[in-house]
Design a protein around this ligand. Structure first.
Ligand code: AHN
Ligand code: ZN
Length: 335
């Protein structure tokens, strides 16, 4: 794009929306496939989110009770403090897994624009699965997964959103919640093992810290497996039924920003995830999750395998998800 064309686009964008043109000029690689004339707020960088993913993977698996888990916890808390959160709350507990293992967990909560009583919630799980039980290689199925997509991707996007909030506070109040012990659940079998998953959010729902029943966020958005190469995001059935408002906001904002090919307006499947716990707790929550992969018709091929590594993460996917969620937050009604 020529210098004058960039200038003209900036003037136009500024006139139309008074939001400036930072993201369309400074991150041309990550935004190349979307129209630069669409008004975007903030400066979400897919490569910065990717760097957060890489940092988490470098700690090793983030299985509760392991050194990688401890290191990642400090990393998330440290980034949130550096990115100017009004408060960072760490809810610590010990919970019992279905295996009998006692898990030391930490749910991490960061508040932005704490003064506003009208709030929304953005969430991701930060722990990783202790077993690659879906791996093709049977000898690897008792090893922990790297969790680049399943764990690190949602956290990476939320931390890059936090960096944006440090530069420009959202008008609505925003709480970021990083749930622990989502992925220690019992897989497969005839019986329903739903309550063996999402142990961190289930524990959180007992107190709903920092809320009182009268001041819950108006809705939530969960990010889970949001960095896979060639990802497409369909509606999750439970969210579409019980949390239509955040679903419509996210999918329509994605379309407006030029990501209509990635965010598909049909139901892709039904799953148990932290959004189910949040919705039951009184915060209707959407789930941005890859659950209808072209190859598997379910989660991506790397799901719960040792291949869930950086090689299969695409910064452009992180960028699309991050820009979408950030713009939903910045455009949300403030009272
Ligand atoms: C179940 O497989 C029961 N729930 C999927 C939620 C999940 C697992 N997200 C990441 N890992
Ligand atoms: Zn998982």
């Amino acid at each position: 794009m020529g210098k004058w064309k960039v200038f003209a686009v900036c003037v136009l964008t500024t006139l139309l929306a008074a939001t400036g043109c930072k993201s369309s000029t400074q991150d041309s690689s990550a935004n190349a496939d979307s129209a630069p004339s669409v008004a975007r707020i903030g400066d979400f960088r897919g490569d910065s989110a990717y760097a957060h993913v890489a940092a988490q993977v470098a700690f090793g698996p983030r299985v509760p009770g392991t050194p990688g888990h401890d290191a990642c916890r400090e990393y998330i808390i440290g980034r949130l403090r550096a990115y100017g959160a009004d408060t960072v709350i760490v809810q610590e507990a010990t919970v019992k897994a279905y295996t009998g293992d006692m898990l030391p967990i930490s749910n991490i909560i960061a508040q932005y624009n704490r003064a506003n009583t009208r709030r929304i919630l953005l969430a991701a799980h930060w722990d990783t699965r202790p077993w690659a039980d879906q791996d093709d290689n049977a000898a690897d199925r008792d090893k922990p997964i790297p969790g680049a997509n399943d764990g690190a991707s949602g956290v990476g996007v939320l931390l890059e959103i936090a960096r944006n909030f440090a530069a420009r506070q959202p008008g609505v109040g925003v709480d970021l919640i990083f749930f622990d012990a989502e992925d220690y659940g019992r897989s497969g079998g005839f019986y329903n093992h739903n309550d063996t998953w999402c142990l961190g959010s289930q524990h959180w729902a007992e107190t709903k810290v920092p809320y009182t029943s009268g001041n819950l966020p108006v809705y939530g958005i969960l990010l889970d497996m949001v960095g896979g190469r060639d990802a497409r995001f369909h509606y999750e059935a439970f969210a579409h039924e019980n949390a239509p408002t955040p679903c419509l906001k996210v999918w329509s904002e994605a379309k407006r920003l030029g990501y209509g090919d990635m965010f598909i307006n049909t139901i892709g499947g039904a799953i148990i995830d932290d959004h189910v716990i949040l919705t039951r707790a009184g915060i209707p929550t959407a789930d941005i999750i890859e659950l209808n992969n072209e190859v598997t018709s379910s989660f991506p091929p790397t799901w719960h395998t040792l291949d869930d590594n950086l090689e299969h993460i695409d910064p452009h996917v992180l960028d699309a998800v991050g820009q979408t969620v950030l713009n939903v937050a910045y455009n949300e009604k403030t009272f």
